[in-house]
Design a binder for this molecule. Structure first.
Ligand code: SAH
Length: 343
C-alpha cells in the first residue's frame, strides 16, 4: 500500500483522479493531513464513507509511533520514532526565540563515515522516503500541538545521498495549503557530495545550503571525513562558488572545533585564505564527544579566539549554540536503532 504522505498536492490530485474521484477531494485530504493533522482517514468527515473506505484500501497514513521522548534542561526534545519496518530513527526539536526548529533525519544510518559523528558507527540500512521525512514534522507537530517554523536536514544521514526524496519532501513541506514552511526556513547540510551541490544550485531553491567543511586542507579533512578522498577541498570549493554565483545565496560552512586537531590559529588563518571573498558565513560547532570518538571539545576560550580571528579578518563567524547535549541530541550525537536487536 502507498503512503498518502508521499504525494505533494498535484500528485495527490492525479491519484484521486485515477481512483475516479474529483480533483478537489485531494485538496480536502491534503488539508486534513497537513492543517488539521488527523491521523486516520475516518476523521476526514467531509469525505463520503465510500471514499474513506477506498482510501483505506489503497493508502496508509504512515503514522510513526513515538518509542521514546527525552527532554533536555534547555527545552530541546529528542524523539525516537518507530518507522514501522523494525527500525527507529531520531528527530530533534529545538526551541529558539524566533520559533521551533526541527532537525530531521534523511536516512536510516549513514554511509559517509565521518570519524567524529555518532551516526557513523552504525550500519546503513536505507534512505527514508519523502513521506517518512515529512512524517517526522507532522508527528512532532501533533505531539506538541504547535507549528514548527524551521526545518534543518541535519539529523541522521546524508541528505544529498537521498537527493530525490529530500527534494520531494521539501516540495510537500513548502506547500502553502499544507505545512506551509517556506524554503527560506529550510536548511540542508551536506558533507560535500560535489555533483549534488551543482544539481542543487540549478534547482534555484531558496533553502540555505550548509557545507560540513571542518578542515582546511585535504590531509586533515580526509582523516576526519572519508568523503574528502572522493571530492577534495578544491573541487568542493569550486562547487560552492558555482552555487553562490547561480543562486546569489550565502553558504553556511560548518566547522566543528576539535581540540588540538583543527582549532589553532594556523587553522583559522588557512580558513580565512580559503573563504576570503566568498558570500558565506562560518558556523563554528563545539565538537560533541561521542562514544569511542577520538576527538574532544576545544576550550571555550579557544573557540572564542577562533571566532574573533575570523571576524577580524572579514569572515562572518558565529558559534552554534549547543542544544540538547545532555540527552545526546546535539550535532553528531544521533543514532538509528534496530528495534529487534535493540542495538
Ligand atoms: N550528513 C550531513 C548532515 C548531518 S550532520 C552533513 O554531514 O552535513 C549536521 C552537522 O553536525 C554536520 O556539519 C556534521 O559534520 C556535524 N557533526 C557531526 N558530528 C558532530 C560532533 N560530534 N560534534 C559536532 N558536530 C558534529
Amino acid at each position: 500500500m502507498k503512503n498518502i504522505k508521499e504525494f505533494n498536492l498535484d500528485d495527490l490530485k492525479q491519484e484521486l483522479e485515477a481512483l475516479g474521484e474529483k480533483k478537489y477531494r485531494a485538496e480536502q485530504i491534503f488539508k486534513w493531513i497537513y492543517v488539521d493533522k488527523v491521523k486516520e482517514f475516518d476523521e476526514m468527515t467531509n469525505l463520503s464513507l465510500e471514499l474513506r473506505t477506498k482510501l483505506k484500501q489503497n493508502y496508509t497514513m504512515c503514522n510513526f509511533n513515538i518509542l521514546k521522548k527525552q527532554e533536555s534542561t534547555d527545552g530541546t526534545k529528542k524523539y525516537l520514532f518507530d518507522v514501522l519496518d523494525g527500525n527507529a530513527i531520531e528527530t530533534v526539536l529545538m526551541q529558539y526565540h524566533h520559533g521551533k526548529t526541527i532537525c530531521v533525519s534523511s536516512q536510516i544510518g549513514c554511509k559517509m563515515g565521518c570519524k567524529f559523528c555518532a551516526s557513523t558507527g552504525i550500519k546503513f540500512i536505507r534512505s527514508l522516503t519523502a513521506g517518512e521525512i515529512v512524517e517526522q514534522i507532522l508527528a512532532v507537530e501533533q505531539d506538541i500541538g504547535d507549528k514548527i517554523s524551521n526545518v534543518v536536514f541535519m539529523g541522521i544521514g546524508e541528505p544529498f545521498d537521498n537527493y530525490e526524496n529530500v527534494m520531494k519532501a521539501i516540495k510537500i513541506i513548502n506547500n502553502q495549503k499544507g505545512l506551509n514552511i517556506g524554503a527560506r526556513h529550510i536548511s540542508i547540510s551536506t558533507s560535500g557530495l560535489v555533483p549534488m551541490i551543482y544539481k542543487f544550485a540549478d534547482e534555484e531553491l531558496q533553502c540555505t545550503l550548509s557545507i560540513s567543511l571542518h578542515a582546511t586542507n585535504d590531509e586533515k579533512r580526509s582523516k576526519m571525513m572519508p568523503v574528502n578522498n572522493k571530492y577534495n577541498i578544491k573541487e568542493l570549493m569550486e562547487a560552492c562558488k558555482y552555487y553562490i554565483q547561480k543562486t546569489n545565496k550565502r553558504i553556511s560552512f560548518e566547522y566543528a572545533l576539535a581540540k588540538d586537531n583543527n582549532d589553532n590559529l594556523e587553522d583559522a588563518k588557512e580558513l580565512v585564505k580559503l573563504l576570503k571573498g566568498m558570500l558565506c558565513h562560518v558556523n563554528l560547532i563545539p565538537i560533541n564527544k561521542i562514544e569511542n570518538g577520538n576527538y574532544s571539545k576545544s576550550s571555550n576560550e579557544n573557540i572564542i579566539k577562533f571566532r574573533d580571528y575570523l571576524n577580524d579578518n572579514g569572515i562572518v563567524a558565529t558559534i552554534r549554540r549547543e542544544l540538547g547535549s545532555d540527552i545526546d541530541a546535539a550535532c553528531g550525537q544521533l543514532r538509528r536503532k534496530n528495534l529487534k536487536s535493540n542495538k
